[in-house]
Design a protein around this ligand. Structure first.
Ligand code: G6P
Length: 521
């Protein structure tokens, strides 16, 4: 069904104004839209860099309709210094360059380390992506209990305090939108002090079934569910995740009244109703068009041109075990073994972004990836031809330039909430390239029909899909590429944002006149 918001910023604008006109929007996510780096100049001024995270990009559009304050972690030393120099840790909001205010949450290094490097990523991220290594670490819970109590809980409290400080200052009815797995407990702490505030929480990563949550201590899963049930709306990328969340709350939260009907899915707990929704996130098609026309992307196109082969396979990923990068290289290796005629003809451009390098699992995985690349390159390399080109840095314009030139885009994640690369690629690609897409990516539900689907652990099947993609007749490539563009264009970021706003509107209407802020002072 076509949404009223797709390709129609006017409708979205009207909705944004209706829903948010009298509101202050408080966005809450661990990684914010801005990050400071120590300045190199004589004055040692810190430099502001705009965050490249998908969440920040997606939410920036909301700032067009309402004043936005972003509550986010101070992640770098420079962030902490900038925050401490300013009143209440608040930055920006005063110019076109700083369209939002950012309220940094500053916690001691050791507390942040426990919250981010011991709980949020190695426990919650891995568990929710079904990468929990139970056999290897049977007493894992014991190992991280202290990190939960001394890291995850206090950081969530600090986030809640920062949100409450914003609510106290708000002169209009505020709407608080939490994002992701770092902040499952914060809504409960906010709700206790602000019973009337509109709270929503969007979870960008998969929510697995209750059996998976059973692997954590019961009371931790229960606390996570109760934290989320303090929101008015909890949103997921897919219907499966929404269903799994309902089932998890039914199993772990005594007294939760769960309604599974997909159109009216909700949970009532102690008189409070939480609606459960699923809205697949997407890309801003118009904005991508503007970025592709920028001199920066053009410069990267020139830089990458000599790295292309007669055929070019591209992947763009953070170096994360869930992205299944090594298996992708194994499939490429098998492709070259089975099709020696491709040797010298096909190139694999791997744009890999360093990620979470403070966590041993990520450091080990990076080593595995680099070893796989070295191994394949040393076995197949010929004069003037190297099969894999690695670009290991965080450069969004370079990634866009690479995606414009692929013949095949490989996305073979083991599990993925959505995977925005699989939506960006077909929009910016200029060669009617083929998308090889994991059945385990959230985007598969929308795009699978026009892609070549692979099971992420099936290396043979992935090699075959790469071969079929490279030999696909031009007419079929063109037809598939065009259907991918249409599908993504119909359901772009405006639709996702419109759906979030509709959710807020329905809660505000149900609250009626009580929609002004009321914070227990
Ligand atoms: C991915 C996920 C997001 C998550 C982010 C955190 O991009 O899709 O849902 O918020 O990772 O990444 P970070 O680099 O901040 O650990």
């Amino acid at each position: 069904m076509r949404s009223p918001y797709s390709n129609n910023p006017k409708n979205l604008g009207e909705l944004g104004q209706q829903v948010l006109a009298d509101k202050r929007l408080i966005l809450v996510s661990n990684r914010g839209p801005i990050e400071y780096r120590a300045g190199g100049g004589d004055d040692h001024e810190s430099q502001a860099c705009y965050g490249s995270g998908g969440v920040a990009v997606a939410l920036s559009a909301a700032a067009r309709y309402a004043p936005v304050t972003w509550v986010a972690s101070a992640m770098t030393d420079a962030d902490r210094q900038v925050a401490q120099r300013s009143e209440d840790n608040i930055i920006g909001g005063d110019s076109e360059e700083h369209p939002w205010r950012v309220r940094f949450v500053v916690v001691p290094d050791g507390v942040y380390e426990r919250y981010y490097n011991l709980v949020s990523n190695p426990v919650l991220w891995f568990l929710q992506h079904s990468l929990w290594k139970r056999l290897e670490r049977p007493s894992l819970w014991h190992d991280i209990q202290e990190a939960w109590e001394q890291g995850y809980v206090p950081v969530n409290r600090r986030f809640a305090e920062a949100v409450l400080a914003e609510l106290q200052m708000a002169d209009t009815a505020p709407c608080v939108m939490f994002h992701d797995y770092h902040l499952y407990l914060a809504p409960l702490y906010v709700r206790a002090q602000a019973p009337e505030a509109i709270l929503t929480h969007f979870i960008h990563i998969p929510w697995p079934p209750p059996e998976t949550w059973q692997q954590l201590p019961w009371d931790v899963t229960e606390d996570i569910c109760r934290g989320l049930l303090a929101n008015d709306v909890v949103g997921f990328q897919t219907a499966d995740s929404a269903h799994n969340f309902l089932a998890t709350c039914e199993r772990f939260v005594a007294g939760a009244e769960v309604r599974f009907d997909p159109d009216e899915a909700s949970i009532r707990l102690s008189g409070h109703l939480t609606k459960v929704r699923h809205h697949p996130i997407s890309v801003d098609v118009a904005e991508l068009g503007r970025r592709m026309a920028s001199p920066e992307v053009e410069a990267y196109r020139h830089k990458l041109a000599p790295l292309r082969g007669r055929y070019t396979i591209v992947r763009v990923d953070r170096v994360d075990p869930s992205k299944n990068i090594v298996a992708g290289f194994k499939a490429f290796d098998l492709l070259l073994q089975r099709h020696p005629e491709l040797i010298g003809q096909v190139k694999f451009l791997a744009l890999l972004v360093p990620s979470r390098t403070g966590i041993p699992e990520y450091r080990r995985y990076t080593e595995e990836v680099l070893t796989a690349i070295r191994d394949i390159n040393s076995r197949y390399q010929r004069a003037g031809w190297r099969p894999i080109e690695l670009l290991y840095e965080n450069s969004y314009p370079q990634a866009l330039a690479a995606m414009s030139l692929y013949d095949v885009l490989l996305v073979n994640s083991l599990a993925d909430g959505m995977n925005l690369v699989s939506k960006e690629g077909p929009i910016v690609n200029e060669r009617d390239g083929v998308l090889v897409l994991s059945r385990a990516a959230g985007s598969h539900a929308e795009l699978g029909e026009h892609a070549l689907s692979v099971d992420p652990t099936d290396i043979e099947g992935t090699a075959e899909a790469l071969a079929s993609a490279l030999s696909m007749p031009e007419a079929e490539r063109r037809a598939r590429a065009s259907r991918l563009r249409q599908t993504i264009g119909r359901n772009d970021l405006a639709v996702w944002l419109g759906n979030q706003l509709e959710d807020v509107r329905s809660v505000a209407l149900e609250r009626g006149v009580r929609s002004t802020a009321s914070v227990a002072r």
